[in-house]
Design a protein around this ligand. Structure first.
Ligand code: AMP
Length: 420
């Protein structure tokens, strides 16, 4: 061990487990790439104000969890705590919304930072794959995104997750509800922190996990009863499209999500094997966000799925991903000349697309065969002086132990044939 360790709340992805993370990212991205979403990458930090305006000053994410700092040049920046505000900022900056092709559909994958109290499934550095569909108000788009997330999880073999669905209303009906809820909450016995929240972000109080709070919330006005006709019809259409696609969901009137920008559709994917950090992904519609960050009105919808928690969900369900072996062939040279010849063969195999590795460091036969075993390679290429004198190398099947000589110029074909 060195003097240093990974900072609190972070961890390193190291082989072989890191392959799982790559596979999860790819599995989440695949349905998006297949549905008209283009890849976008934005910086790991942004002007802090993008998040305070976009995500919301009153949210925990901005008020407590943001890594905000001032640079030597006096810029006030923050490590990104989430992806939506950045992606929308970038889309507006590049005028993607003006190209006459709405919605602009984008997907992304990257690291996010929140100064949270670390625990299993909750880290200060974590990784998300996300999708945003910008500039269209269409219930089919909300449904599309939920269906694609469902497809991604199922493609990984996950089944013990549930989709929670709610509508948060829009700028017509939500303020009326907010007032009613505030009136109700002001009459409760709440601690000071929560009372403050009642004043700045009353919907978040519904989200409070504490039993003492939840007990008092029985009888609270429900947003469902305040939705305007347009929001009701929109939500009904999203629900019907999901049902039509065979995607099951549960209505959850208390689902408000931790970000201020959501309107209408909100949803969360929760996994039942994860304990308290059960949300594996979430998202919703954010019709007002563009204007909040100085852009034109652009109704949009998106989600972000947590890669770390998806990997934990796989473990909870006992799912072993079928990852292709990283190495198919491992070359074991015995002696100087063999080293040169086999190194040439390794290069040839690699150029032909065969995953190949080599025994480095002048190991003896025993040590080199151990490396071959550890590499997971199906075949070993072994050669010593005598083999070379005969113009062959030994091709050894690591599973059966069978070994046969192959002429040097026939190695590529022989390997290809066997791996096919
Ligand atoms: P959110 O935007 O907060 O709903 O985050 C979307 C998803 O990102 C969550 O459902 C989690 O899977 C993941 N996520 C959020 N915060 C963390 C964290 N601190 N550690 C690990 N994963 C997280």
């Amino acid at each position: 061990m060195s003097t240093f360790q990974a900072p609190k709340g972070t961890y390193d992805l190291i082989p072989p487990d890191s392959a799982k993370y790559l596979a999860v990212r790819e599995a989440i991205a695949a349905p998006l790439k297949n549905s008209g979403y283009g890849y976008i990458e934005t910086p790991g930090f942004e002007n802090v104000e993008l998040f305070s305006r976009g995500v919301g000053e009153s949210t925990d994410i901005v008020s407590k969890e943001m890594y905000a700092f001032e640079t030597k040049g006096g810029d006030k920046l923050a490590l990104r705590p989430e992806g939506t505000a950045s992606v929308l900022r970038a889309a507006l900056e590049a005028n993607l919304h003006k190209l006459g092709n709405l919605p602009v559909k984008l997907w992304y994958s990257g690291s996010y930072y929140r100064y949270e109290r670390p625990q299993k499934g909750r880290y200060r550095h974590f990784s998300q794959v996300g999708a945003e569909a910008i500039g269209a108000e269409d219930p089919a788009l909300d449904a599309e995104l939920i269906i694609l997330a469902d497809q991604a999880y199922r493609s990984l073999g996950l089944s013990q997750f549930r989709i929670l669905l709610n509508s948060l209303g829009d700028k017509e009906c939500r303020p009326v509800y907010r007032d009613a809820l505030q009136g109700f909450l002001r009459g409760l016995e709440l601690d000071e922190d929560t009372r403050r929240r009642v004043e700045i972000n009353p919907l978040r109080v519904l989200d409070d996990k504490r039993a003492v709070v939840q007990k008092q919330l029985v009888g609270a006005p429900l947003l469902r009863d305040y939705l305007c006709d347009a929001c009701k019809a929109y939500h009904e259409e999203v629900r019907e499209l999901l049902t039509g696609a065979g995607v099951a969901y549960q209505d959850d009137e208390k689902l408000v999500r931790g970000l201020d920008y959501y309107t209408r559709t909100t949803f969360e994917f929760v996994h039942d094997g994860l304990g308290s950090q059960s949300a594996v992904g979430g998202g919703g519609r954010y019709d007002g966000l563009s204007e909040m960050i100085g852009g034109p009105a652009l109704p949009s919808v998106g989600w972000a799925l947590g890669v770390d928690r998806t990997v934990l969900a796989l473990e909870a369900e006992g799912i072993e991903l079928e990852l292709p072996a990283t190495t198919s062939v491992f070359a074991v040279p015995l002696g100087e000349e063999a080293r040169r010849v086999l190194f040439g063969l390794v290069t040839q195999l690699r150029r032909a697309g065969v995953a190949t590795d080599f025994s480095y460091g002048g190991k003896g036969l025993k040590g080199a065969m151990k490396s071959a075993n550890r590499s997971g390679a199906r075949y070993a290429l072994v050669a010593g002086e005598r083999d070379l004198a005969e113009g062959v190398v030994q091709l050894k099947d690591m599973q059966s132990g069978e070994q046969s000589p192959v002429a040097l110029d026939a190695v590529l074909d022989a390997v290809r044939e066997r791996l096919a």
